[in-house]
Design a protein around this ligand. Structure first.
Ligand SMILES: [Zn+2]
Length: 96
């Protein structure tokens, strides 16, 4: 009995894809916690950078292929992204 050809990668949709060039590789502005001591003047000391590197749909992303730069949500292939991204609604980078 003949087994149907398995289509790998084609049928499975990726989470984010560039609408312009169909690229799936992005440079994402990630968030990570840093232990920083601000010193007088414009000096500062970075003691540690720890924790997970995170990003979400409101992170800025740049398509590695064509350079399209926008919110990661704009590259989402799923239609569950509600509303228009705006600069005012950007999440705080600070984590407490
Ligand atoms: Zn692109």
């Amino acid at each position: 009995m003949a087994k149907p050809n398995e289509v790998r990668g084609m049928s499975e949709r990726v989470e984010y894809q560039c609408p312009k060039c169909s690229g799936t590789r992005f440079f994402i502005d990630v968030t990570q916690s840093a232990d920083v001591d601000f010193l007088p003047g414009e000096e500062h000391e970075v003691y540690d950078v720890a924790g997970d590197v995170t990003w979400d749909k409101d992170s800025m992303a740049c398509c590695a292929q064509c350079g399209e730069y926008k919110f990661l949500s704009a590259f989402a292939t799923k239609a569950d992204v509600g509303g228009q991204p705006s600069n005012a609604a950007r999440p705080q980078r600070r984590r407490s």
